[in-house]
Design a protein around this ligand. Structure first.
Ligand code: UDP
Length: 492
């Protein structure tokens, strides 16, 4: 009987995407997957797909189920909100526990053999333990970031929580010397009650007990950090990049948008921007996107628009309906036309395209795209590395400044965009200069292609990620498939 893994992502796009891609890889080996979405995200995905889709396709080895986070549908889940975190830690947990209880009581076929959970949901290990199932932790960030948090007490002892204004952080094993601004934002803020800090720190104990820690990275890209992690946790496996193998199979395979993007679990409808990209010269377009969560002030968005206008370069800019934060810090759905500087649309109509959401992998793999102006989210970073696209990194929080350090200082395939003052708005003129430099820098482009080659070797037969993925599949295949007879009463 096939093994059956229940996969529970933290319910945001940046965890859903790599985990659905992992699910597809495991399903292709005959492993049955139950993929757990919140009902809120399920509805958003169905709406984004115009209710068409694979979400209930019986021929596919992936079964989609929903749990609830208990919040009203109009609650703004993209905002950094204590209420949202609390709902995930309590109501979502209880709902996921009920779901597993039902799967086990109903003796689903094949029986559940393990739980794979986002480490951002530290309770996933508790429910796996409760039902006596092996637990696999999915680490969604760079392994360098894991190394930072594993050495948090060292950072605190050195008086760098928050970091001292001057001096380098040069004592963390496996990491190059870092500027204080390279640390994750919650460490920079030095506030232990910060909800993001709480979520990140709470996941660490689960890592110690997991059967495996799987990570969307590539050994060769984070060699020393991986070695340090592996010393402490031999069960650590880098299995990235978690993107479909079709993106490594050469040109000419991705022409059909509907074929290349069939299993997308995007929370917004993907605009088909490929015909527009087809009309642009090679490597001439700057792709601009700040991921699924970042909120940027109205005045900064206006400066970005000015920068793109002044750069005189072609651009494809994703402006999510909730990208702009109001002065009060609340998310507002806006009509971007209302906030763009006067004359912007007219002046850029021949070289600019604005969309609310893009099929990002297809965009990054398009030959017309020459650079990625990004917030530096880990998935965006891994996707850009995998497709050989240099980056201009403009971090918006969490661990994005650490990712920027890797992109700019370690791999040397990107430029940094930041201000000397934390609260300062970056002006359009600076953005224009950087966008031009991004598209013109041939050396950076060459290094980006070398990084892509490294990644292709890692995922190719005999490569590091290929081996690790095979070991992981072998482990899942070896799990006992006997039925468990746990009743609701006996385990509560
Ligand atoms: N993404 C996308 N279309 C867009 C913007 C983003 O498909 O227009 C995807 C992107 O490919 C990535 C995810 O959304 O897989 C964003 O994750 P990331 O870690 O980069 O940033 P986050 O949203 O977590 O800040």
């Amino acid at each position: 009987m096939a093994p059956h893994a229940v996969i529970i992502p933290y319910p945001v796009q940046g965890h859903i995407n790599p985990l659905i891609r992992l699910s597809e890889k495991l399903a292709s080996h005959g492993i049955i997957i139950t993929f757990v979405n919140t009902d809120f995200n399920h509805c958003k995905m169905m709406k984004a797909r115009n209710r068409h889709g694979i979400l209930q396709d019986p021929s596919f080895n992936i079964r989609f189920v929903q749990v609830t986070d208990g919040l009203p549908f109009d609650f703004k889940r993209t905002a950094v909100s204590v209420e949202f975190f609390n709902a995930l830690m309590t109501t979502m947990r209880a709902s996921a526990e009920d779901l597993l209880d039902k799967l086990l009581i109903q003796s689903c076929e094949p029986p559940v053999s393990c739980v794979i959970g986002s480490s951002f949901l530290p309770w996933t290990i508790d429910i796996a333990k409760k039902f006596e199932l092996p637990f696999v932790a999915f680490w969604s960030q760079a392994v360098s970031v894991q190394v930072i948090y594993r050495h948090l007490s060292m950072i605190i002892d050195n008086g760098d929580f928050p970091p001292k204004k001057q001096g380098m952080i040069d004592y963390i094993p496996g990491l190059p010397p870092m500027h204080p601004q390279d640390l994750p934002s919650d460490i920079q803020s030095g506030d232990p009650s910060n909800p993001v800090h709480q979520v990140i720190v709470q996941q660490l104990p689960a890592l110690e007990e997991a059967a495996w820690i799987i990570s969307n990275t590539v050994y060769e890209l984070e060699r020393q950090a991986s070695n340090v992690t592996k010393e402490k946790s031999p069960v650590f496996l880098s299995i990235g990049p978690l993107i479909p193998s079709i993106y490594f199979e050469g040109e000419g395979k991705l022409e059909d948008f509907s074929i290349a993007s069939p299993r997308s679990l995007s929370l917004w409808a993907e605009s088909n921007c490929l015909p527009w990209l087809d009309s642009r010269p090679e490597r001439s377009v700057c792709y601009v996107s700040f991921g699924s969560l970042a909120q940027i002030s109205r005045v900064q968005v206006q400066e970005i628009a000015r920068g793109l206008m002044e750069s005189e370069q072609a651009f494809l800019w994703v402006i999510r309906p909730d990208l702009v934060s109001s002065e009060a810090g609340k998310t507002t759905s806006i009509d971007y036309i209302d906030i763009l500087p006067g004359g912007f649309l007219e002046k850029t109509k021949d070289r600019g395209l604005l969309v609310p959401w893009s099929p990002q992998l297809l965009v990054l793999s398009h030959p017309s795209v020459g650079g990625f102006f990004t917030h530096g989210g880990w998935n965006s970073t891994v996707e850009s590395l995998s497709l050989g696209v240099p980056m201009l990194v403009f971090p918006q929080g969490i661990e994005q400044s650490t990712n920027r350090m890797l992109v700019v200082n370690q791999w040397k395939i990107g430029l940094r965009l930041d201000s000397c003052r934390d609260d300062a708005v970056i002006e359009g003129a600076e953005i224009a200069k950087c966008v031009k430099a991004l598209l013109k820098d041939e050396e950076m482009r060459k290094r980006s292609n070398q990084v892509r080659d490294t990644i292709m070797k890692a995922v190719g037969e005999g490569g590091s990620s290929w081996k690790n993925m095979n070991d992981f599949v072998d482990y899942l295949m070896s799990l006992p498939t006997k039925k468990m007879h746990l009743s609701r009463g006996s385990k509560r």
